[in-house]
Design a protein around this ligand. Structure first.
Ligand code: ADP
Ligand code: MG
Length: 269
């Protein structure tokens, strides 16, 4: 509670990119696990009806009784929706396919953009004492993603190291600007992280050069390599840090977590 880096509750970070398959869920799970290794208490919010973060953290659909759907639309208590995972200090609010109708149901709700914001600020939050909340967004710029951005302090954008990677970025930035103007003026871009990087592939290097020249300091120095252990880990219901702790993927996510924490320390100084 007296942590000077965290004066007002947990840091809330939306992991967003409207493209599917760019590494949002993988980054949420493994950055979360890496932050836990550094002593942080982390909550992952699965905001994707596909529920991949829930599956990847070992929570089977039949064990997802209360989910982000109930949190958003039935005003469920935080205590009733938060589950532990096999990683110490890594907790989860799971999602199921039920969430796919939420986008429509939200439209008629007058607090439609603020439901996640308000849910994550329930009084129970201070007792739960999380350091970081990571929100795994769906592959869309829909109301769920807007809820994540309104609820968050910052947006972390995974960018797949492939040809059209930068193309969707202007739309994403536009949405961030709209959210700043309408609801959350303090929303920052936490950074852009290159994922599935293949150092032997010229294209990866071109995308990296392009991203760094266009986006400068917004791009994390850490790059996440394409690593088969990263893609195998979810089928063992584990972060790659637990599945193969010495793998290149695990090391990269540790480096990303360290870079993130260092940035916060610099800001706090
Ligand atoms: P998103 O959540 O953006 O849709 P995912 O995190 O689910 O993307 O990643 C898409 C696919 O790519 C998954 O099968 C995942 O296992 C795989 N993947 C993600 N990152 C890596 C990586 N660094 N190396 C190898 N495979 C990866
Ligand atoms: Mg995903």
């Amino acid at each position: 509670m007296t942590d000077p880096l965290r004066p007002n509750g947990p840091r809330i970070i939306a992991v967003a990119n409207q493209k599917g398959g760019v590494g949002k869920t993988t980054t949420t799970i493994n950055l979360g696990a890496a932050l836990c290794e550094l002593g942080q208490k982390v909550l992952v919010v699965d905001l994707d009806p596909q529920g991949n973060a829930s599956t990847g953290l070992g929570i089977e659909p039949e064990d997802r009784e209360y989910t982000t759907y109930e949190l958003l639309l039935d005003e469920a208590d935080l205590d009733s929706v938060i589950l532990s995972t096999s990683t110490d200090n890594l907790h989860l609010i799971p999602a199921t396919v039920d969430l796919s109708s939420a986008d429509i149901e939200l439209i008629s709700n007058e607090k439609r953009s603020y439901l996640l914001h308000d849910a994550l600020r329930q009084p129970a939050m201070s007792r739960l004492d999380f350091d970081v909340v990571l929100i795994d967004c769906p592959p869309s710029l829909n109301l769920l993603t807007v809820n994540a951005m309104v609820a968050s302090h910052s947006v972390l954008v995974p960018l797949q190291s492939e040809f059209f990677a930068l193309e969707g970025l202007s739309q994403l930035m536009l949405t961030i600007r709209e959210v700043r103007q309408s609801a959350n003026p303090g929303l920052r871009i936490e950074g852009i992280v290159l994922t599935m990087y293949d150092a032997r592939n010229n294209l990866s290097q071109l995308v990296e050069a392009d991203a760094r020249s266009n986006l400068g300091d917004l791009v994390f120095s850490t790059v996440i390599p394409r690593n088969v252990r990263v893609s195998e880990a979810p089928s063992y219901a584990l972060p790659v840090l637990a599945y193969d702790t010495g793998s290149k993927g695990a090391q990269a996510y540790r480096a990303l977590a360290a870079e993130l924490i260092k940035k916060y320390e610099k800001h706090a100084a």
